[in-house]
Design a protein around this ligand. Sequence first.
Ligand code: AMP
Ligand code: ZN
Length: 502
Amino acid sequence: MEIRFYNTLSNSTEVFQPVNSDCVRMYSCGPTVYDFAHIGNFRSFLFADLIRRTLEFFGYKVHHVMNITDVGHMTDDANADGGGEDKMQAAARRIKEDKKSGKVPEGAVGNPDDPYQIAQYYTDAFLSDARTLGVKVAFEYPDNILHATKNIDVMQEMIATLISNGHAYVGADGVVYYSVESFPAYGSLSGNTLDRLLTGAGGRISEENQSNKRHPADFMLWKPDKTHIMKWDSPWGAGYPGWHIECSCMARKRLGRDVIDIHTGGEDLIFPHHECEIAQTCGATGQDTFARFWMHARFLMVEGEKMSKSKGNFWTVRDVLEGRATGIKVHPAVLRLELIKSHYRANMNFTKKGLQDSAGIVRRLTDLRTRLEADSGGKAQPVDLSHPILKQFAEALADDLNVAGALGVIVPWAAESHSDAGVALGILNKVNDVLAVAPLASETATIDDGEASRIQALCTQMDDARTRKDWATADGIRKEIQAAGYDVKTSPQGTIAEKRLA
Ligand code: AMP
Ligand code: ZN
């Protein structure tokens, strides 16, 4: 069966074939570990995981690599010129505040002035959340998840190569810059070609600092700075690397190829990050391609705005699972399903209603699995794509990861009666290898379903009463929730009940 993916590079859907049939080589931009990853970040990570699992479903071996950005990502990096403060530096300040408020437990980051301790704390949190949500590559740490700070040597090697072959130079301020004019294909991914940038494409090149550079869009590869929070010796002075160089280097180092099959990230990374990665890698390797498929997830939104750390409108995985986000405690499979079920090339809104719908699907698939395990004695029969249900499921996924279409096959099928429980279990297992949304009933039993669902039902009733402007009823329900030991809050997702701490 042909697999078709949308490629940002060609702005079209293309048939996917790996360079080498033995293995698909795939790289995903990972988290910047200066805070907890939010569920918007996880929409991008789960999207990458879904690509991987889909390819494995179709029989490919997949080598998936991700990075951890623990240095050099500046607060103004959305601008081609970078600038601002290192995000780790900003974190050091914030963590002291968060310790006071209890958001970061005392003792969690032993010394908040030590960026390595900050990075490790949030790396561990990321890995734990990613494993909870079934992101496979998180189980391959540290082999396939690489820290920027542990790969400074390969970055310096690539920078030296770029200088020696004319793609980079030391500016008047001693900073090493990539010369965008040396790379005619600059702009081919994002459409931000140099002529368009010069005519002011969205303020993405700043006026500052231009006297030091050959072209306003030239971007930083190495910055000598003896005062920086993390620094390393280099031929260009003690300092730190630019944000973009790490991904070019770690992808090549760990995947062992100059040309890889797939590169993923959220849509905000198309420019400048991925555009610059292409310029660096191709400049260093002499190839005209870095990744053959560039795939990007659209944003998870809250009330029409991108969920983001800087806007403060975010929920972490823990917030959602523990019920702080919506008042409903949910199994991780529910959040996973919620974040993958809308098409990755459409923005999605995070809502309580969406989460409830996902909970309903997970419950049905879990019940089915429990029944089939019992009826078949746990013996799944081998099934392949010749089975009509799996074939339809596969066709939907092969159509640029149409998860909604795949669910449209599986959910009605799950409601049917299954005369051969072993075959049905075989199908469900294969489906679950990709979606990972049908946990065993025994796994979901750890959730306090009784109380959580009672309180959740009360929150929904309170929302309904408020919609009807029946304030007396809403007030009565509020008192009932409070009497059960919860604080009642309103949020964009509706009423939320938070367990009061003893
Ligand atoms: P960061 O930790 O900020 O470097 O981001 C990690 C990943 O999350 C990147 O691929 C971003 O593009 C992605 N991302 C950030 N915000 C969102 C969002 N609201 N929805 C989807 N992906 C996002
Ligand atoms: Zn990256």
